[in-house]
Ligand binder design. Structure first.
Ligand code: ADP
Ligand code: MG
Length: 260
């Protein structure tokens, strides 16, 4: 399964993506979680304390003179798959985690790491990992190659005017994206009732595949920097994300059987 979460900043992408990744791993999938948001937030929601896991300098080399291609790349002999095995952080339930990295202090090593991240996302063999991505907030950087791996784009929308507008734009952008995702659907988050869910479906023009209510227990877990699935496993929001995983997972098994 390869999914990517998009949406306006603050709608709940990281909280949902982190919980989704953990729940998917508990169902036996090998999960690689990818945070490509320069305002990263997925690590905590996964249950990792360390908030960045950049590719170390030794994994990256500068392009040789006269060679084409990006300025930095994984060092010769290191494939994308090996780079993940070796350097991705290990989160609970066996989830592996890679982060694009945020700007702070030293920029040099970060840039090297970001080139490596891009290369890994592009080159990773599709069948090795289930990918769960947390993409940059808003519409400006949402795709542009970041979400190229996603078969399913999940647009997270809360019932506010700004989020609805962003959701609608993202729905359109996703369908124009090169290497177009097979489907683009909405997740209604922080909803109070059925009319919120209906509004989100109507205004984005997308199928709403999951509705997650406003949930104080999830908010509290996140305030403490704990993974919702650990700190509030019985909360309605975590349960809703788990049912979403089941729904997509069941369907995938069904599709695979049909192919055979
Ligand atoms: N269903 C929910 N109920 C209550 N709070 C939520 C819910 N979903 C997300 N939040 C809270 O909203 C804030 C933004 O969530 P976050 O996942 O960081 O958003 P994003 O990654 O889209 O910027 C966090 O404080 C988070 O705990
Ligand atoms: Mg986030």
């Amino acid at each position: 399964m390869r999914v990517a979460f998009v949406g306006k900043g603050g709608v709940g992408k990281s909280a949902i993506a982190g919980t989704f990744a953990r729940a998917l791993a508990r169902r036996g999938e090998p999960v690689l979680a990818l945070d490509s948001d320069p305002m990263p937030g997925m690590a905590f929601s996964l249950g990792l304390e360390r908030s960045d896991a950049p590719m170390p300098d030794e994994a990256v080399e500068e392009r040789g003179e006269g060679e084409d291609g990006p300025r930095y790349r994984l060092r010769a002999g290191l494939s994308a798959a090996e780079a993940v095995e070796r350097y991705a952080a290990l989160a609970p339930d066996g989830v592996r985690f890679l982060q694009f990295g945020k700007h702070r202090g030293q920029v040099g090593p970060l840039i090297r790491s970001q080139f490596a991240f891009r290369q890994i996302v592009r080159d990773l063999p599709a069948e090795r990992w289930s990918l769960v991505g947390d993409l940059p907030g808003g519409t400006r950087q949402a795709f542009g190659g970041w979400g190229g791996y996603a078969e399913t784009v999940l647009v997270v929308v809360e019932p506010t005017a700004k989020s609805l507008l962003t959701g609608r734009r993202l729905a359109r952008l996703a369908s124009l994206e090169e290497g177009r995702p097979a489907e683009v659907v909405a997740i209604a988050n922080k909803v109070r009732d059925a009319s919120d869910v209906e509004l989100i479906g109507r205004r984005t023009g997308l199928d709403v595949v999951a509705a997650v209510g406003w949930d104080e227990a999830l908010a509290e877990a996140e305030r403490q920097g704990a993974a919702p699935i650990d700190a509030a496993p019985e909360s309605p929001a975590v349960r809703a994300v788990e049912s979403l995983v089941d729904q997509l997972y069941e369907r995938q098994i069904h599709d695979t059987k049909e192919c055979i």
